[in-house]
Write a protein that binds this ligand. Structure first.
Ligand SMILES: NC(=O)c1ccc[n+]([C@@H]2O[C@H](COP(=O)([O-])OP(=O)(O)OC[C@H]3O[C@@H](n4cnc5c(N)ncnc54)[C@H](O)[C@@H]3O)[C@@H](O)[C@H]2O)c1
Length: 263
C-alpha cells in the first residue's frame, strides 16, 4: 500500500508518538487528520506540517466519547475524502502499586484507586475500541482500504506498578488476530490490523517519569537508550507499505527484556 495519497487519522496527535507519526506520514505524502484533547498542541502540529509542505487538518476529540470520535471520522471524510490508516495514539498513565504496605507495620497504607484504574482503561482501551469501530464502519461502508493500528507496549508482558496500563496493552496486542479473524469471516478484505508494541520511547510521557527509575529501565534495554519516536513512526510506515504484515503484533523495543538490569 502507498502512504502517498492515503488519509491517516491519528489520535493523540498533539504530542509524542502521534505527533511524530503525523509528521512522518505527511512527509511521505499522506493526508493527515489529527485528533487530540489538546487544541493548542493540535494547532502547533498542523502548522508545522503545513510549513514543511505537508497536508494536515485537526479536530479536538475525546476518544472515550462515541459522538466526539465519530465526528472526527466524519471530519476526515469531509476534509480529505476517505479513511485509510488509523492510529489510535491517545493514551495516559496512572502508575502505582496495587496495594502498598508500610515498611514498619507491614499493613496496607495505600491502594490503587478505582478512579485511576478506570481512567486508564477508559482512555487506553475503550478509546481505541471506539476509534477503530467508528473508522471501520466508515471504511467498510465506503469501500476504503487500509490499515488499522493498535498501540500496545512492551508492558503487555506485565509491567510492575502498571496493573491498569499493562492490562490495556496486553488486550491491544490481541486485537489484530481477533479483528482480522472477524473480517475474514465476513469477507471483508483490504483492511489489515496490526499492533505495534514500543519499548520506552523518549516522549513527554516517559521523560516525565522519575529519572532514577528511568535510568534503571534504560540499563535493561539492549541498545542502551530510549527508542526515538521516529523509529516507531518508521516501523509503522513499513507496516503500511508491506501488505504481507497483517494480524500481528510487532515489538519495537530495542531488545528490552522486562526486569533486566545491567551489571
Ligand atoms: N512513550 C512510550 O514509551 C510508549 C511506549 C509504548 C506505548 N506507548 C503508547 O503510545 C501512545 C502515545 O504515547 P506518547 O508517549 O506519545 O504519549 P503523550 O503523552 O506524548 O501523548 C498522548 C496524547 O494523548 C492525548 N490524550 C490523552 N487522553 C486523551 C483523550 N481522552 N482523548 C484524546 N486525546 C487524549 C494527550 O493530550 C496527548 O497529546 C499511548 O497509547 C502510549 O501508551 C508509549
Amino acid at each position: 500500500m502507498d502512504i502517498k495519497g492515503a488519509v491517516a487519522v491519528i489520535t493523540g496527535g498533539a504530542s509524542g508518538i502521534g505527533e511524530t507519526l503525523a509528521k512522518r506520514f505527511a512527509k511521505d505524502g499522506a493526508l493527515v487528520v489529527l485528533g487530540d484533547m489538546n487544541q493548542e498542541g493540535l494547532d502547533r502540529v498542523v502548522a508545522e506540517i503545513k510549513a514543511a509542505g505537508g497536508k494536515a487538518a485537526a479536530k479536538t476529540v475525546n476518544v472515550t466519547d462515541d459522538e466526539s470520535t465519530a465526528a472526527l471520522m466524519d471530519f476526515a471524510i469531509e476534509t480529505f475524502g476517505a479513511i485509510n490508516i488509523v492510529a489510535p495514539c491517545a493514551g495516559i498513565i496512572r502508575d502505582g502499586l496495587f496495594i502498598s504496605t508500610d515498611k514498619e507495620s507491614g499493613k496496607v497504607k495505600k491502594a490503587t484507586s478505582t478512579a485511576d484504574f478506570k481512567a486508564v482503561i477508559d482512555v487506553n482501551l475503550v478509546g481505541p475500541f471506539i476509534t477503530l469501530r467508528e473508522a471501520a464502519i466508515r471504511m467498510v461502508n465506503n469501500g476504503y482500504k487500509g490499515v488499522l493500528f493498535t498501540i500496545s507496549s512492551i508492558q503487555k508482558q506485565g509491567g510492575v506498578g502498571q496493573l491498569n496500563y499493562s492490562s490495556t496493552k496486553a488486550a491491544l496486542a490481541l486485537w489484530p488476530k481477533i479483528l482480522v479473524g472477524e473480517f475474514q469471516m465476513r469477507g471483508i478484505s483490504g483492511i489489515r490490523v496490526v499492533s505495534i508494541a514500543p519499548g520506552y520511547v523518549g516522549t513527554p510521557m516517559v521523560k516525565g517519569m522519575d529519572q532514577g527509575a528511568l535510568a534503571k529501565i534504560v540499563s535493561g534495554v539492549h541498545i542502551g537508550r530510549l527508542i526515538e519516536p521516529e523509529e516507531i513512526a518508521d516501523s509503522m510506515a513499513w507496516v503500511v507499505k508491506n501488505d504481507a504484515v497483517d494480524a500481528t503484533c510487532i515489538e519495537v523495543a530495542g531488545g528490552m527484556i522486562s526486569g533486566m538490569v545491567a551489571k
